[in-house]
Design a protein around this ligand. Structure first.
Ligand code: ADP
Ligand code: MG
Length: 233
């Protein structure tokens, strides 16, 4: 399932982070959450970052996604520097270029699955051109349209969350522990689907997890430890 490095290097660079430092607090309370990390992610590449709780994984994702600023270093999304964009342009870039998959999935409880997507069209004030039938079929959830989130299993909910993240055709998807609430069999299925979607749709997908076993399908694996990021051999 591994793709050669040379293949991913021929495809466009989507995310490029260089010497990123993130400090929280000041003086006695100062925490160095990220200690100068660098990473490059290409279109079609599925990257896993494994590290224990508190190692800086969520901080990394929020900075990669422009939700907060780095203390120093640069973060480029499709070549544009997050820190150089106005707040308005940042939110537009998030809207157009990013998909987030958050822990426990981000489904609206009182909307049927089909309505979750109609609601995204409504938020954008336009019908998103992604082929929803094909998207739902590729994630094997097309027969769940009429159900509410509480009627779904954990694995089905995560797959709907993946579909929502892919729906606006983003170039980068950031997934924070998407398998944390699943048993290992369903967790493996979800990670495999993420890898397949990265490859078939040429998306850059970065998943962070504390679970070593979830790296089986990644093209590139990194380890995060105490705010330091190292490519796994
Ligand atoms: P992980 O996602 O790997 O569990 P986090 O990125 O959430 O790790 O946290 C990394 C470190 O940064 C931890 O020591 C955490 O307490 C600290 N941290 C994260 N966010 C904040 C914040 N907003 N204010 C202060 N410290 C924070
Ligand atoms: Mg976290």
């Amino acid at each position: 399932m591994k793709h050669s490095i040379s293949k991913s290097e021929q495809t466009p660079t989507v995310l490029e982070m260089t010497d990123v430092v993130k400090k929280f607090g000041s003086k006695h309370t100062e925490v160095d959450a990220l200690k100068g990390i660098s990473i490059t992610v290409h279109a079609g590449e599925f990257v896993s970052i494994v590290g224990p709780s508190g190692s800086g994984k969520s901080t990394f994702l929020t900075i990669a996604g422009g939700l907060q600023n780095a203390t120093s270093g640069t973060v480029l999304l499709n070549g544009a520097d997050w820190s150089a964009l106005s707040e308005h342009k940042r939110s537009r870039a998030r809207f157009e270029s990013l998909g987030f998959i958050l822990q426990g999935s981000n489904l609206v409880p009182f909307l049927r699955i089909s309505e979750q997507f109609a609601f995204l069209d409504h938020l954008r004030k336009k019908v998103i051109p992604t082929n929803l039938d094909q998207l739902l079929t590729s994630l094997d959830i097309d027969d769940l349209r009429h159900k509410y989130p509480k009627e779904l299993s954990g694995g089905e909910r995560e797959r709907v969350a993946i579909a929502k993240a892919l729906y606006n055709d983003p170039s980068l998807i950031l997934a924070d522990e998407p398998t944390a609430s699943l048993d290992s069999e369903h967790a493996f299925d979800v990670v495999k689907l993420l890898a397949e979607q990265a490859h078939s749709r040429q998306k850059a997908i970065v998943m962070v997890t504390h679970d070593e076993r979830m790296t089986a399908w990644s093209d590139t694996t990194y380890r995060m430890r105490d705010g330091e990021l190292v490519k796994a051999a």
